[in-house]
Design a protein around this ligand. Sequence first.
Ligand code: FMN
Length: 161
Amino acid sequence: MKILVTYYTKSENTGKIAEAIRSALVGLGDVEVFRIQMANDYCDCALHFNPRVILDVFLNKKPKMKTLCDFTKYDFVIIGSPIWFGKIAPPVNTLIQNAVGIENKWVIGFVSSTLNHSAYEKGLRVALETRKSKVLKVFSLKDSEITGSVIQEIGGLVSRS
Ligand SMILES: Cc1cc2nc3c(=O)[nH]c(=O)nc-3n(C[C@H](O)[C@H](O)[C@H](O)COP(=O)(O)O)c2cc1C
């Protein structure tokens, strides 16, 4: 089975979770990682007050990525995003909007946030379902924390798909 783990991260929390998932899935198949990179990334300082971040989030913008992602060759895709102002990060919107082969693809999502609010799962689910992917579950996680039981659940969902 070919599995893709793809994510955007700014302060590495989502990246750490993606790495934990990647290493847990290695036994189930061929796992590749695609880190979403913007053509022109947001500056690292004071993101909460960055007008470009605020406009992109609230206007649902899809900023350009360095490289687009093709899901065609994968049996299963796992997508992660930080939560910004209650929503998924704009580059993740860009990925979902432009991903070739996303229709009918088995997908698990995860979002990373400080508050770990279950309502944060919805935005990623809706974006994925709008592109007609088959969303098994979206996990809401706190910062870079992922428990053994979530890892186990993801492994079970992937192997049963
Ligand atoms: C601009 C911005 C907005 C954020 N908004 C929220 C929010 O609405 N709710 C929340 O719980 N955390 C919020 N956070 C915290 C991040 O979701 C959290 O730190 C996440 O783990 C960051 O992921 P990363 O390290 O992969 O970039 C926000 C962080 C930033 C930078």
